[in-house]
Design a binder for this molecule. Structure first.
Ligand SMILES: Cc1cc2nc3c(=O)[nH]c(=O)nc-3n(C[C@H](O)[C@H](O)[C@H](O)COP(=O)(O)O)c2cc1C
Length: 210
């Protein structure tokens, strides 16, 4: 295989394309927060992962907005209010989730814009996405920043203090992937369906040594 090699000190857009073209498929967190004036804010983030099971911690990464060089509304709200909700994305709601990534002026409600329905949370103030089959209520834990310029990333972690799962997905303590029907983010305008699962038995050391 002939390999091409690149340095990473060029324009941030080039590095960004390597990130989104390589880290695939990416799970999507639809993060809801409350604005200063009490209105709702919702936006999807695909730089998103689980970090810890006990305590239960998730992380996602807002980048400084390339169009304005400013911080996004989601991290601003979380640092101020200390709470957020992650709602997960099934194929059925992909269009509405895409719509809620629109860069609306601060204070305009992306629930209203996208047609997603706000649902009260049990513990935190930000609303859950009612159409989402899995929702995590989170309390803000950590903030890391890698710079102030366009394309610079931040890490926000939150402790999950309440989990909500649609009854139809929940089978003997597990989430049924087919019923969840998650969709992932790809490069550019790509989204990735998870309808083609394969199963591989995990090999333990004892099996390999046989
Ligand atoms: C599926 C999807 C995934 C996205 N993932 C990210 C991400 O990981 N980080 C990021 O900064 N922006 C991401 N965006 C763009 C944000 O959703 C967009 O900038 C949004 O306007 C931010 O809203 P806010 O200012 O209310 O926080 C993504 C957009 C889509 C459609």
């Amino acid at each position: 295989m002939k390999m091409l090699s690149f340095d990473t000190n060029g324009p941030f857009q080039d590095n960004y394309k390597f990130l989104i073209g390589s880290i695939l498929p990416r799970p999507i967190a639809v993060v809801s927060t409350v604005n200063k004036d009490g209105t709702n804010n919702v936006a999807p983030f695909s730089f998103f992962t689980g970090i810890s099971a006990s305590p239960m911690i998730v992380a996602f990464c807002p980048l400084i907005r390339s169009s304005t060089g400013k911080e996004k509304d989601t991290p601003l709200n979380i640092k101020e209010q200390g709470e957020f909700v992650v709602s997960f994305v099934s194929e059925e709601i992909v269009d509405k989730v895409n719509d809620c990534s629109t860069e609306l002026p601060y204070g305009e409600d992306e629930f209203t814009h996208s047609g997603l329905t706000p649902l009260d949370s049990d513990i935190v103030k930000p609303k859950r996405v009612a159409e989402s089959k899995i929702q995590f209520e989170c309390k803000f834990r950590d903030f890391l920043s890698y710079g102030d310029g366009p394309g610079a990333g931040q890490i926000i972690t939150g402790e999950v203090v309440k989990i909500h799962v649609a009854e139809e997905l929940y089978e003997s303590g597990r989430i049924n992937t087919e019923k969840f029907n998650p969709i992932g983010r790809g490069a550019g305008n790509d989204w990735i369906k998870c309808t083609d699962l394969i199963q591989l038995e995990r090999k333990m050391k004892a099996q390999i040594q046989k």
